[in-house]
Design a protein around this ligand. Structure first.
Ligand SMILES: Nc1ncnc2c1ncn2[C@@H]1O[C@H](COP(=O)(O)OP(=O)(O)OP(=O)(O)O)[C@@H](O)[C@H]1O
Ligand SMILES: [Mg+2]
Length: 501
């Protein structure tokens, strides 16, 4: 029997009003991947933070190679060989990629000064080994979210830790980058590192994990070897009941055209995009990551300006110059990257939800607050938000629950058209059904929904019609009637029928 490299025993951690972790134990073994699984708010990220010196546990012990350690700071965690890629990456936009990778552990010359040349060379070597295609000398802010995540991975590798923790590392990556990350994880395993991997995606858990541990409401409710356990057994432990995700039946009546795009083009991102969405309709946008779907939606939402083409809303040409213009016209966009940019930290949940709708709640003082509260309650309940109270600071919510707050906030503006970009990313399997149910209620109430999704079951389960995009163009628009998943994959990847067979 191999000995665990890291052992946690009896770890508890409470926040005002919540017991985030209760008597949790965990062992991590060298050369193995352990998946940490649980619903939004189960305590996964909190555990990661107690293992990396960000939070101090109220009780319990952490041992590395059998020895008890205390981790008063993040630095002390890397000193004992524990490193993490957090759910919300903690990197610095104004520093270069190399500086971000080596912050706190830069190579030094014999005078004890930072050896910049060596640092850049080593950063380049690590990034090249990862095939990341990132220049170590550019400022971090020049990178998109996926590349930033790869920089966080490079940082973890450069620390040369015995324990590597990854908190939903693939949520922000494209399929190609995900594949590269799997290869990296394989290399880390061969190197004898112990990996703790947090994910809501069962396909990847089954692909890369050796062991699993399940949390529910801050307690450990099961663990074992992946190869001896079925997915439905794990879901049962997670949710406490069997989850049979059946997509809601489409009962909405589809009415007149609400929003129409005619030949929208952008100099670099997309070309000749035409589509229409009707009252009561869910229009799905499927494509590989990078096909240009989000870029089209950002143009519809006024965040960027198309170079040609037009938008027609309820028969009137509109040309939103900003997101505020679009919201005014009745179009809202819930972006894919909801974490940091979507919430106002330091403010309670109810303020976050009611903020863009403030003009609609006109009263002053206490009455106004009551109204904001009621508005927030309506929408967050329907999205199955898990919070101790709506007065809770939004930044103390778990990652998945923050995402629900962002969706609620935009829905509360009572738009005519709502664009949801990857609506269930980072949302656990139990809440997914709640989000889908809510979407179908919204269309039944007469809203038009545009849903960008890379998840085939979601696209096929929810859409009335499906637009497929590839390399900035629309390849086809299909009625979702007996469509086969292969058809969509083939269109999105640009594989001809004969080749696919
Ligand atoms: N700083 C904090 N102050 C108060 N409560 C907190 C704080 N951090 C986390 N919590 C609470 O602790 C619980 C566990 O949150 P945690 O972020 O660990 O969940 P998670 O399992 O990572 O969920 P997700 O899948 O959504 O990322 C939640 O109820 C959350 O609101
Ligand atoms: Mg989390």
């Amino acid at each position: 029997m191999t000995e665990p490299i890291l052992t946690l025993s009896g770890i508890s951690k409470s926040f005002p009003g919540v017991r985030a972790l209760n008597d949790v134990s965990l062992e991590l073994y060298p050369g193995e991947v352990t998946a940490l699984i649980g619903e939004n708010g189960a305590g996964k990220s909190t555990l990661v933070k107690t293992m990396t010196g960000i939070y101090q546990p109220d009780a319990g012990e952490i041992r590395v190679a059998g020895k008890i350690v205390t981790l008063p700071t993040a630095h002390s965690a890397s000193a004992v060989g524990i490193t993490a890629i957090h759910q919300e990456t903690v990197l610095f936009d104004e520093m270069t990629v190399a500086e971000n990778i080596y912050l706190g552990h830069a190579p030094r010359n014999r005078f004890g000064m930072i050896d910049w040349r060596k640092m850049r060379a080593e950063a380049r070597a690590t990034l090249d080994a990862m095939a990341a295609g990132i220049d170590p000398d550019i400022k971090l802010r020049e990178l998109g979210i996926a590349k930033k995540h790869l920089v966080a991975v490079a940082r973890a590798l450069s620390i040369d830790a015995a324990v590597v923790i990854m908190d939903e590392p693939t949520a922000a990556l494209s399929q190609k980058e995900i594949e590269e990350l799997y290869v990296l994880i394989e290399l880390l395993k061969q190197d004898g590192k112990a990996i703790l991997f947090i994910s809501h995606k069962f396909d990847e858990i089954y692909r890369i994990a050796d062991r699993f541990i399940v949390f529910r409401d801050g307690e450990q409710v099961g663990k074992g070897m992946i190869k001896n356990t079925t997915q439905s057994q794990i879901v049962q432990m997670m949710v406490g009941r069997a989850v049979d995700h059946i997509f809601p039946e489409r009962t909405a009546t589809i009415g007149e055209t609400v929003l129409e795009a005619n030949g929208l083009s952008h100099p670099t991102e997309f070309e000749d995009i035409s589509f229409a969405v009707s009252k009561g309709e869910i229009l799905g946008f499927y494509g590989l990551v990078g096909a240009g779907r989000s870029e089209v939606m950002q143009a519809v939402f006024g965040m960027t300006q198309p170079s040609s083409g037009s938008l027609v809303l309820n028969g009137q040409i509109i040309s939103p110059k900003s997101a505020a213009d679009a919201v005014e016209a009745g179009i809202v966009y819930v972006p894919e990257e909801r974490g940091k940019q979507g919430v106002i930290t330091g403010e309670p949940i109810f303020k976050n939800v009611s903020l863009p709708s403030l003009r609609k709640t006109s009263k002053s003082g206490f009455l106004r607050m009551a109204e904001e509260y009621a508005l927030a309650r309506t929408y967050t309940e329907r999205l199955d938000l898990r919070a101790s109270s709506l007065s809770q600071d939004v930044s103390t919510l778990s990652g998945g629950n923050q995402q629900k707050v962002v969706i609620a906030k935009w829905l509360a503006t009572l738009p005519k058209v709502i664009i949801l970009d990857e609506p269930t990313k980072g949302i656990d399997i139990g809440s997914k059904a709640a989000v889908h149910q809510f979407m179908s209620e919204l269309v039944a109430e007469g809203l038009s929904v545009i849903m960008v999704s890379s998840e085939l079951p979601e696209v096929l389960g929810m859409s009335d019609r499906i637009v497929v995009m590839r390399e900035g163009r629309i390849v086809d628009t299909l009625e979702n009637n007996g469509l086969q998943p292969e058809t969509l994959v083939r269109l999105a990847a640009g594989i001809a029928e004969e080749q696919a067979a």
